[in-house]
Design a protein around this ligand. Structure first.
Ligand code: NA7
Length: 538
């Protein structure tokens, strides 16, 4: 089979990893420790993945910082201090750089190297990986660590190329390697700025730009249910408590549905009195982080009646925060219930709409017709802008894989196999694509997770599989067709038991596994304990 430029023997590795974000970095470290030869190709100019690319002002965690960092090294846990409960992107990038330095990861990572294609050779059961520069490298195993949200998506709006002002996508913010968080310093003062998109990224960047822009126009297609982040610095006392309780922190995460620190309330909203319901809602709305979604009554994500109760509470809180009642209604979602789409966490987001320099353009009333040389034209008027920011999200989960020409047995394209939606076994392997493992791939427990917690599970499971294969002199692993069909069906069933499918968002499109991380992990462990049941090993 032709693979383009044939590599020399020195360029053949045990494993090629695509991506040097949180998953790729840990997978490299783990496999190297286990004695495998590994090469990582990274499209960016340095490590960090999500935290390298998403360097827009305002970008920060929605997970408690200390629940997000790697747990595998006590030395690293002792050495690193998070300064805020929800760290800003520059701090997270600094943390990941420390990890890369400490474990000398960069020596096996080739940066500025975007993978163009990956082709399985049935004769030698190796993958040939070609970069955009035409070079080619081979390995027995291919592991994708490309991230679920790493293929930035521009909106399908005409005229984006006509615009003459400055314009950026939040996930491709201009870089200055010496700048804060690798970010080029951009001054918003005195400028008329447009932001398209009000997802988690839009909400964060809007809060920031509203502080100094002369005029900010927010182009909103649908509002999301946002809730207070309640961030703050970590005091010395808290720092000591955190350092002393890392085992409990990670243990709590491992027991919870999405591996966050927030455990659900065991009561049902529909069986709780209005006063008691309000007491819990008030407590959670005033507390930091995702508790409002995850520590809420346990029926809000499965029972439409319970969800309607929670949604109405949040709607009232939004109304209380916006001076203009009509504007408040425009900012309250009407097409989906609270928590069925990713809840953006915010700091004074709603209050910015009370400022004179911020205007909401409701695209459901006045849709965008096109981007023009000057700015954005809706059906009502043309908005002249000095800067246009696209906070329009990503081609989710499968997007980063589909942008690579991945071909398995019989030259089958992965994109074709997944034309009607992904099919996987455990979200880690695909029938017809032997020796290819997908960290945080579609159908994987990690897609609805405090992601590094699940990345560690994925990486450790894959590493054990490779060790098992080496010990047993096995060279080939492939998901069995029936195991893949069963898992794919199970993923759909698990989603159907929740309210996630009632909303249109990147959460869905059969991308994620909604059965909860503990169940996912138990299933992976059970498969391994049963000699990798459901995999063809030879
Ligand atoms: P999201 O959550 O996918 O949000 C994208 C936003 O962009 C959303 O508000 C979309 O509106 C809007 N959008 C997309 N296309 C258009 C067009 N054509 N016109 C107007 N508005 C548009 O991406 P984020 O980057 O905010 O967040 C992604 C995740 O990253 C987040 O969940 C975190 O986990 C980290 P819509 O609601 O579809 O009408």
């Amino acid at each position: 089979m032709s693979t383009g430029t044939e590599p020399t023997s020195a360029e053949i590795f045990d494993v090629i990893i695509i991506g040097a974000g949180i998953a790729g970095m840990y997978q490299l470290l783990k496999l190297r420790e286990l004695g495998f030869s590994v090469k990582v190709f990274e499209a960016g100019g340095d490590v960090g993945g999500t935290w390298y690319w998403n360097r827009y002002p305002g970008c920060r965690f929605d997970s408690e910082s200390y629940s997000y960092g790697y747990s595998f090294s006590q030395e690293l846990l002792d050495e690193w201090q998070w300064s805020e409960h929800f760290a800003p992107q520059p701090e997270t990038l600094r943390y990941l750089n420390l990890v890369a330095d400490k474990f000398d990861l960069r020596s096996d990572i080739q940066f500025d190297s975007r993978v163009k294609s990956a082709t399985f050779n049935e004769d030698n059961t190796q993958w040939a990986v070609a970069l955009e520069d035409g070079s080619c490298t081979r390995a027995q195993f291919l592991i994708s660590a490309t991230g679920p949200l790493s293929a930035p998506q521009m909106p399908n709006i005409a005229g984006t190329e006509d615009y003459q002002g400055e314009s950026f996508h939040t996930a491709l913010w201009p870089r200055d390697p010496d700048g804060f968080g690798g970010r080029k310093d951009i001054d918003f003062t005195g400028k008329r700025i447009g932001v398209i998109g009000t997802g988690a990224s839009g909400v964060q960047v809007i809060q920031e730009i509203a502080k100094s822009a002369q005029q900010l126009f927010v182009f909103q297609r649908h509002p999301n249910w946002c809730a207070p982040l309640k961030n703050g610095p970590i005091s010395e006392k808290e720092q000591r408590e955190i350092k002393a309780s890392y085992p409990e922190i990670f243990n709590t995460c491992s027991e919870n549905f999405g591996s966050f620190l927030h455990s659900p309330d065991s009561r049902l909203a529909v069986e709780t009195s209005p006063d008691d319901r309000k007491a819990l809602f008030d407590k959670l709305y005033a507390a930091p982080g995702f508790g409002i979604a995850l520590a809420n009554f346990r029926d809000i994500m499965v029972d439409p009646k319970a969800n309607a109760i929670a949604s109405e509470y949040i709607a009232d809180r939004i109304r209380q925060r916006i001076d203009d009642p009509q504007l408040a209604e425009q900012l309250i979602p009407k097409n989906h219930g609270f928590g069925t789409r990713r809840v953006p966490l915010e700091t004074n987001y709603y209050e910015v709409y009370n400022q004179d320099n911020v205007s909401l353009v409701d695209l459901r009333e006045t849709p965008i017709e096109r981007v023009t040389e000057l700015g954005v034209a809706t059906t009502e008027q043309e908005y002249a802008l000095d800067m246009l920011i696209y906070a329009t999200g990503f081609d989710p989960v499968t997007g980063s894989l589909n942008r690579i020409d991945i071909r398995g047995i019989g030259d089958q394209k992965l994109k074709d196999k997944w034309a009607d939606g992904p099919q996987t076994y455990l979200g880690l392997q695909i029938e017809g694509f032997p020796n290819f493992l997908t960290l945080v791939g579609p159908h994987n427990g990690a897609t609805l997770c405090n992601i590094p917690r699940c990345i560690e599970q994925n990486v450790e499971w894959v590493s054990e599989l490779l060790v098992h294969m080496r010990s047993n002199k096995l060279a080939y692993v492939e998901a069995a067709k029936d195991a893949e069909a069963d898992w794919t069906e199970h993923v759909a069933e698990a989603a159907a038991r929740t309210l996630f499918p009632t909303a249109d968002s990147w959460f869905m499109g059969v991308n994620l596994y909604a059965g909860g991380v503990p169940r996912y992990k138990a299933k992976c462990d059970e498969v391994a304990a049963r000699d990798y049941e459901g995999f063809v090993l030879k």
